[in-house]
Write a protein that binds this ligand. Structure first.
Ligand code: AGP
Length: 615
């Protein structure tokens, strides 16, 4: 949930780290801090966003070639200066930054207090740094060894960086359950660390992603050796060549990451399709499916697990897999699935959907499913993320980094991957004819262009946003493939504009929610031509009869809905199976513009963080 950054080498370290923290703020922004080694250990930390820290640092000495930094999303201890990281040990010699949760911190804290340690914060992290100091002093060992022994006593999750003024030319890093990337400079002359690669991408494209239970003592001009925390043995780790480049990170001329990412969707979906769809031969090549095709063909059931927007993508996938591949599917919230003791067999396939690849509830659900013998397939966006590495196989969405907390291009690329998987499986098990496959692949190939076309309605959507930006409630309705799109539209509005919104299957209105309809209730209705159009039309008439304000997402050229709706947003015609990818675009734009007009922070909405790596 937090972001960690570090540098050790020959450059001025502070500018690299403070810049890196700004790029990681999407992971949490309650407080931020840095520790700079310049003779002694200079710790500067501040509640609030990184800019607060930067302003405070102007009054301090920020020289030095070693620096670690942290941006926090509070789990233990409310956001405050004293609870900010880095945390120093009682002697002040050791400083530590931590992303994760230590579940047994209270027992360890009690023992340390019993041995005379004092604590200046309410955090679990301060316990860890003093446990390391205690072990180091008692055994008279190096910081690397002390960290290793301390971590064997820890229950929980962590990505940490530790600096000890007694070992001036090294940084210790370790990982379990939270992400940690190590950027490697030319000839190992310098090292960077980050919760992802964005803090160091302009310096090096070579990185190692530590696996769970691994650590390293990093020294400039020495080749990194990754070890197992459990017994200190050296492990094989491979240096990845990263695809990320800087302008993908920066806002690229847009006001916010979210609107940039909404407009990136044509390219993102094209990247997702690239190299997988061969229209001429009606072929789809997805290596994760190809390498496990028999397992998929013999599967009893597919269980899809995800949270939030990824769970909505799972609902779309349920329609896709059952409709196109005739495979029974159920969709589960990660947080519910992990605790309800489900019946899972070796003949079940679990598909875990996650943009960040770090969502704790989804990760825990995967681990539980694997323990019960299921084969787990991942659909993730972050290369090298924990979920990507925990699953047995998978497909990356290749949406590029999604910085805005509200998921947009991740959702449309997830559905693109899931649609390709469903078509592929329908082709393999004979559920789809050759001509049907050809038709679907042609529609799929046209999606990027159709997203471009749909984005052109942004100005019209802005006008609608002006009318309804102060509405206290919204309803979103859809049927079939577009019921999940209605849920997703409601979530987008809630999380960035703080307006209450609910998504419903349109036919459900008569079972209660229609009592809410009056002239103050805007109702967004997705009314695509091929999606039970006549049924939706009568739903809209029922709403109109009760003075509801209708904002309808319709296909180009629609007349019947247009005649009764208060506002229409046009989208191009597309195969109903793929219509969610298109119908979600106007809903993303509507929520973005309403949120902007309400002065909300769309990239970092209150109370939220980009990846929820704690329960
Ligand atoms: C969606 O806009 C939210 N940011 C949130 O619901 C998110 O989809 C959820 O936390 C799951 O995240 P993941 O896809 O990274 O696992």
């Amino acid at each position: 949930m937090c972001g960690i950054v570090g540098y050790i080498g020959h450059r001025k370290a502070y500018p690299i780290v403070i810049n890196g923290l700004k790029r990681l703020e999407y992971r949490g922004y309650d407080s931020a801090g840095v520790a700079i080694a310049n003779g002694s250990m200079n710790v500067i930390k501040k509640q609030g966003k990184v800019i607060e820290l930067e302003n405070e640092a102007k009054n301090h000495n920020t020289h030095g070639t070693i620096c670690i930094g942290h941006t926090r999303w509070a789990t233990h201890g409310e956001p405050s200066d004293r609870n900010s990281h880095p945390h120093a040990s009682n002697s002040g010699k050791i400083v530590l930054i931590h992303n994760g949760i230590i579940e047994n911190y209270d027992t360890i804290k009690a023992e340390l207090i019993g041995r005379g340690y004092v604590f200046h914060s309410d955090t679990d992290t301060e316990v860890l740094v003093n446990l390391i100091e205690d072990i180091k002093i008692k055994n008279d060992i190096s910081i690397g060894r002390a960290v290793q022994l301390a971590l064997t006593q820890i229950i929980g999750a962590y990505a940490i960086a530790v600096y000890d003024t007694d070992r001036k030319e090294e940084l210790v890093v370790a990982k379990l359950g939270s992400p940690l990337a190590i950027g490697i400079g030319e000839n190992f002359s310098e090292y960077f660390i980050g919760s992802d690669a964005s803090p160091f991408i302009e310096y090096t494209k070579n990185a190692i992603y530590l696996e769970d239970g691994e650590m390293a003592v990093i020294k400039p001009n020495e080749e990194i050796k990754v070890r197992k925390i459990q017994d200190g043995t050296i492990t094989e780790s491979y240096i990845q060549e990263l695809e990320l480049n800087l302008e993908q990170i920066e806002k690229g001329g847009y006001d916010h990451f979210m609107i940039k990412e909404i407009h990136e969707q044509p390219e993102a979906v094209a990247d997702t399709l690239r190299g997988k769809v061969n229209l001429k031969d009606s072929k789809i090549s997805i290596s994760g499916i190809r390498d496990n095709i028999e397992r998929f063909k013999n599967a009893n059931r597919i269980i899809i697990v995800g949270c939030g927007t990824s769970w909505h993508a799972g609902l779309v996938a349920e329609y896709l897999f059952e409709d196109l591949a005739r495979i029974p599917v159920e969709v589960e919230y990660g947080s519910e699935f992990r605790y309800r003791n489900p019946i899972i067999t070796e003949k079940d396939i679990v598909i875990a959907i996650s943009q960040s690849g770090e969502t704790a509830d989804t990760l825990a659900a995967i681990k539980m499913a694997k323990e019960k013998g299921a084969f787990v397939y991942g659909v993730c966006n972050v290369v090298g993320s924990t979920i990507a590495r925990e699953t047995d196989a998978g497909t990356y969405t290749h949406a590029g980094p999604e910085i805005g907390v509200a998921s947009t291009k991740a959702f449309t690329t997830q559905i693109t991957v899931l649609a390709m998987m469903a078509i592929k499986l329908g082709q393999e098990n004979g559920a789809l004819s050759k001509s049907r496959v050809k038709e679907l692949l042609k529609d799929l190939q046209e999606i990027p262009k159709k997203i471009e076309e749909t984005l052109k309605s942004e100005e019209a959507i802005k006008e609608i946003a002006k009318v309804y930006k102060d509405s206290p409630n919204f309803l979103y309705l859809g049927r079939g493939y577009n019921f999940p799109s209605a849920l997703e539209g409601a979530l987008k509005l809630k999380e960035i504009s703080y307006i209450h919104a609910e998504g419903y299957p349109a036919a459900e209105m008569k079972h209660g929610p229609i009592a809410l309809i009056d002239e103050k209730m805007p109702v967004v209705v997705i009314a695509t031509k091929k999606g039970y159009y006549e049924k939706i039309l009568s739903n809209v008439q029922e709403l109109k009869a009760r003075k509801g304000k209708i904002i309808a997402v319709v296909n180009k050229g629609d007349t019947a809905i247009r005649a009764i709706a208060d506002h229409c947003i046009e989208m191009p015609q597309v195969a109903e199976e793929l219509s969610t990818i298109i119908s979600t675009i106007p809903l993303q734009l509507l929520s973005y513009h309403i949120a902007i007009m309400r002065g909300c922070n769309v990239d970092q909405p209150r109370n939220l963080a980009k990846s929820v790596t704690v329960e």
